[in-house]
Every structure is written in structure tokens, then in C-alpha cells.
Design a protein around this ligand. Structure first.
Ligand SMILES: [Zn+2]
Length: 61
């Protein structure tokens, strides 16, 4: 289960620790286990999710 963290400066939500922009602990403003209703989602986290989903599908077939 992903945990969403919002970076203090950018206000962007990240949820993948392998994201190159994932904030340092000191730079995290908010943490929530739920999909955030406001704010921008990180493009890199989203792309990594898509790649992972694609790989999982391939593995199931
Ligand atoms: Zn990210």
C-alpha cells in the first residue's frame, strides 16, 4: 500500500521511494495513506507505476 508524501517546497505528492525526486524526510510537509484529493501528483512516480503495471501484466501472461 502506497503512502503519499507532499514535499514542503514543491507541493507535489510522491508515493514511490524509487522516485529521483522523492523528498528527504526533513522536506516532507504531509503524509497520508490515502490518495490525495488536492495538489499535483508527481509525473515520475506515475510513470514508474505504469511501467510496473505493464511488467506485472507481462509476468502474469
Ligand atoms: Zn515522485
Amino acid at each position: 500500500m502506497a503512502v503519499f508524501v507532499q514535499e514542503r517546497k514543491s507541493k507535489i505528492w510522491h508515493w514511490r521511494r524509487d522516485c529521483s525526486s522523492y523528498p528527504q524526510t526533513a522536506d516532507i510537509a504531509l503524509i497520508t495513506p490515502q490518495h490525495p484529493a488536492t495538489g499535483s501528483l508527481c509525473d515520475e512516480c506515475r510513470k514508474k507505476d505504469e511501467v510496473e503495471k505493464r511488467n506485472n501484466k507481462r509476468a502474469e501472461v
